[in-house]
Design a protein around this ligand. Sequence first.
Ligand SMILES: [Zn+2]
Length: 128
Amino acid sequence: MKGSKLYSVFKGKCPACHEGDVFETKNVYNLKTFDRMPERCSHCNHKFEIEHGFWYGAMYVSYALTVAMSVAAFVLTYLIYPAANVWIYFGAIVFVIVGMAPVTYRASRLIWMNMFTAYNPEKSSSHE
Ligand SMILES: [Zn+2]
């Protein structure tokens, strides 16, 4: 799996070396610390925020993920309980969006980073 962009996104690893962690804590549901990121990769020194304002672009990814999750929540509700009224659908969608918010936040940054930075095996092996 290592070397693919999916590895970086799902493991939260640096997009350049796939070794260093992008976020400081493992627990995505610690709401005080889930968004903390070091400025640079601890392994290859890649600067995560490539340019000022880089993370604004991650909002578009976040929007796409949110729409996808809303559709999934809607379909799932329909499959489990087809007779549900509109408020149950609405509640299920809000529940999923709010519940997944920290995951969406991290995933959107990781996906966005991987769109601009390619895996570089030389950076990965420099310490091993
Ligand atoms: Zn790195």
